[in-house]
Design a protein around this ligand. Structure first.
Ligand code: GTP
Length: 598
């Protein structure tokens, strides 16, 4: 057990791509935590998708032994936190497990919206913060400008900041010394009853669920029986250890230490991030701030090939074992057959799960429009949590509908401000604040979540040429004039295309949608009406004219081989289509038709 005075626990706060993982790798390497030959690029980002996209999804941890310039040996525990707004709760818990943060800012870029969001988490957790200005090897690096920005925008003293190149290793030794001398040692009582925080958990096919814990008080040993407070379950501990970064067994974990335990737990669902762990018979007070994972964005996942439904069920079951925040239930749609209605923490989470199903399980998917949860208050006084617009009750039964709103923070260079304000205004935003930090504007908007989940971020990136950064927190539920818009193709409703919209915008949205569908649905031998409707009232209509029978022969002048090629191509395309009534609708139509053009 390491004495408290010689432990430092910290996390790294950064915006995507500012160099968090590279810095972590360099800290690990320069302390010989990992032998040079085993050093893979980005030790800490272990999932394939994480490595491919360069983003961190799960919290990872490493214990570093460091002998400081004063000759003393320290144990440094680094928790690498997820870097995306979808995982804000996980970030807040990881932050509670440590006492300090390194704030990494790319000195060629400056402070971004996500940096701000994560710094606020760190400040909430009472962290000491050491600013690190990274990428000083690049010619565009401007440390004094970024220092000024950190002081102006965050209000943090940047005089103790360290200039670093995580690439060349410059400034790494100074960073290690700053961790030892500027970050506080943890506190805790080794003789008190065991109290530990469940920081994260994941499934391992050999060991079962691995639980990352931070010991607050007391000691944890192998063989002991422990209890999770949130669900009152008891488990026998089979293993305890630390990450170096590979799993290394230890005899015990004491106050201030961060390590793992395994206890033959079969499902990640049984281990909840932020939960309190104690000994079987001990009574301790639960740690504050615990909340069970709550999905916020819902969509339907359907196999393109309906014969793969059982395979999809298996894939989803397996993924859910390892992801407590992902929820699902079976759904059947007249248009798409059998599939699953799934709940996610946010859009990135949705994309990650969808990608994994398509890649790891080789199942092509149709994803229906992401939707948020609406509170539908009915005239009889009952309330429905509406996850799927297809389940919307008849409007005559509805008293009013509430929708979730968010507080969005956007940082954008001055010249794009006009575009950003227009975008937020078009999405029913209410401006709450507008301030300047140098030549960049910091805009705060109150926006409906449903206007953001679909393609807000893509639009924001395109109107600002990628220079804006964006972050949000959920705010509250508020009433608005919302209606369900249905889409009819060849006079039959396609429930996977129905969506909730604001009454004032329904016509514009409806018109844009039918126009898009007209372009996306191939011509058939008959005329196809495409309509958008609210209740029984059609608000927009297009007609796809019939294909003339001799069209292929005419176009290709009777050339048989070109005609066959064309038919083959059409056949291949058919695989990506779903037949609905008599009409083939291509897979891409389900997503593209719902994109909003503003
Ligand atoms: P997330 O995991 O998405 O949060 O990103 P990150 O903050 O971990 O960024 P990462 O370490 O993946 O670095 C992003 C890119 O910047 C990579 O291509 C790195 O090689 C590069 N990079 C990181 N540090 C430096 C540096 O000091 N100098 C230069 N030139 N490039 C760097």
């Amino acid at each position: 057990m390491t004495p408290l005075s010689h432990i430092r626990n910290f996390s790294i706060v950064a915006h995507i791509d500012h160099g968090k993982s590279t810095l972590a790798d360099r800290l690990i390497q320069s302390t010989n935590t990992v032998a040079e030959r085993d050093m893979k690029a980005q030790m800490l980002d272990s999932m394939d998708i994480e490595r491919e996209r360069g983003i961190t999804i799960k919290a990872n941890t490493v214990r570093i032994d460091y002998t400081a310039k004063n000759g003393e040996s320290y144990v440094l525990n680094l928790i690498d936190t997820p870097g995306h707004v979808d995982f804000a709760y996980e970030v807040s818990r990881s932050m509670r497990a440590v006492e300090g943060s390194l704030l990494v800012v790319d000195s060629t870029q400056g402070v971004e919206a996500q940096t701000l969001a994560n710094v606020y988490h760190a400040l909430d957790a009472d962290h000491e913060i050491v600013p690190i200005f990274n990428k000083i090897d690049l010619p565009a690096s401007d440390v004094s400008r970024v220092a000024q920005q950190v002081e102006d925008v965050i209000g943090l003293d940047a005089s103790g900041a360290i200039a670093v190149s995580a690439k060349t290793g410059e400034g790494i030794m100074e960073t290690l010394e700053a961790i030892v001398h500027h970050l506080p040692a943890p506190k805790g009582d080794p003789d008190a009853p065991l109290k530990a925080m469940l920081v994260d958990s994941w499934y391992d096919s050999y060991l079962g669920v691995i639980v990352l814990v931070r010991i607050i008080d007391g000691k944890l040993k192998k063989g002991e029986r422990i209890r999770f407070l949130s669900n009152d379950t008891v488990h026998g501990v089979d293993r305890i250890g630390v990450f170096r970064p590979e799993m290394t067994p230890v005899d015990e974990l004491g106050p201030g230490e961060i390590g793992f335990l395994t206890a033959s737990i079969k499902q990640v669902r049984d281990t909840r991030v932020g939960d309190t762990i104690t000994h079987h018979k001990s009574e301790v007070e639960a740690l504050p701030g615990f909340k069970p994972a709550q999905p916020v964005v819902f969509c339907g996942l359907f196999p393109v090939d309906s014969a793969l439904f059982e395979d999809l069920r298996e894939a989803i079951d397996k993924l859910a074992l390892n992801d407590a925040s992902f929820s699902f239930e079976m759904e059947s749609s007249a248009a798409l057959g059998f599939g699953f209605r799934c709940g996610f923490l946010g859009l990135l989470h949705l994309e990650v799960i969808r990608d994994r199903i398509e890649r790891e399980y080789d199942i092509d998917l149709i994803t229906t429009a992401p939707s948020v949860i609406y509170h539908v208050h009915q005239k009889d006084g009952t309330k429905i949590d509406l996850h799927n617009p297809a389940d919307m009750p008849d409007m005559t039964l509805v008293d009013h509908i509430e929708e979730p709103r968010i507080t969005a923070t956007i940082l954008v260079p001055d010249e794009y401000l006009g575009e950003v304000l227009k975008l937020c205004q078009d999405r029913r935003g209410i401006q709450e604040d507008l301030t300047y930090a140098g030549s960049r504007a910091l805009v705060v908007y109150d926006l409906p979540l449903n206007e953001v989940v679909f393609d807000f971020y893509d639009r924001l990136k395109s109107v600002t040429k990628g220079y804006a950064s964006f972050d949000y927190t959920l705010k509250d539920y508020r009433e608005d004039n919302l209606v369900k818009m249905s889409v009819l193709v060849n006079d039959e409703p396609v429930d996977a295309l129905s969506m909730m919209v604001h009454r004032d915008r329904a016509e514009t949205r409806g018109r844009a949608m039918v126009e898009k569908l007209k372009d996306l649905i191939p011509r058939h031998m008959f005329k196809i009406p495409i309509q958008a409707a609210i209740g029984g009232k059609v608000i927009a209509r297009e007609t796809l004219s019939a294909m003339r029978k001799d069209v292929t022969a005419k176009c290709y002048g009777g050339d048989a081989s070109r005609k066959r090629k064309l038919l083959d191509k059409q056949k291949a395309g058919k695989k990506k289509m779903r037949q609905f009534g008599k009409v083939d609708i291509p897979q891409e139509a389900f997503i593209s038709a719902l994109k909003m053009d503003s």
